[in-house]
Design a protein around this ligand. Sequence first.
Ligand code: ATP
Ligand code: MG
Length: 296
Amino acid sequence: MKKPKIKIQNLTKYYGKSRGIENLSLEIMEGEIFGFLGPNGAGKTTTIRCMINILLPTSGNIWINGNKVTRKNPEIRENIGYIPGEFILPENYTVNEFLSYIQNMRKNPSKRRNELVERFTLPQKKKIGELSKGNKQKVGIVAALMHDPEILILDEPTSGLDPLLQQELYTLLLESKKEGKTIFFSSHNLSEVQRICDRVAIIKEGTLVKVEEIHTLNKNVSRKLEVQLKHPNEEQLRALGANLLEIQGDKVSILVPQSASIKPFLENLLLMEPEELSYPPASLEDYFMQFYKTQK
Ligand SMILES: Nc1ncnc2c1ncn2[C@@H]1O[C@H](COP(=O)(O)OP(=O)(O)OP(=O)(O)O)[C@@H](O)[C@H]1O
Ligand SMILES: [Mg+2]
């Protein structure tokens, strides 16, 4: 049996009286991409900061590679690539100077530095203070991953990246998984987690809601079909099989289980001559709505 690469046991962190995360237990196995999904303020950053030992838990324990995370063993960090949610980078350094500074602080050599600098098209000679938000984010990504760590802990790493760079990062993460690396990835974007993760933990208000294999989640999650109809008729729509339905003026939103075939339903709906129709990817809000509905 494989051992967990990361183990979190009954992790609780309070900031004074204010809740960060409560009684969280998770096991992340070697070689998996594990999504950590939750809305703003759910406790993702708090958990990650405890994992990489920049926050002391109120109670509970974390093991990385079998070693308990404590103030006494900062060397655990050598094998981790950490991308923080918000970067505070030295504005006066050039990109190259900053990467060399990080390289010199580590014991492990930066064997992927040149490759990643090219891949993320980093402007090496520019001062960090002159970079756009997305470019700063890219510097953080390269700095976090250039020593080719075994474990990647990423706090919303795609926020601030344009779609092309998001894709580049997804590709890099999937390659890393193939190389056997373990990736813990926080997000509030359900569709990106659905795309690249093997399993996902969903948290809300500091508490674990569910841990699921991604193919189970994909099967169960509903998507919202949004239609604009001249005269929406609830009875008619229900007769088509639209169970979870919301009508506001001429706008109708219908929750469609992802496992259901939408084709016959759409064919009948088109007979009602909708003015507009959209079928966006499922969002975390849709997931929660459906989850709480089915829990009743
Ligand atoms: N330094 C702090 N002092 C007091 N409360 C804090 C502190 N940091 C976080 N919190 C609180 O802890 C809770 C969890 O915050 P956290 O930053 O972990 O959420 P998050 O899931 O990362 O959210 P986001 O998606 O917005 O980044 C929030 O209610 C937040 O207000
Ligand atoms: Mg956060």
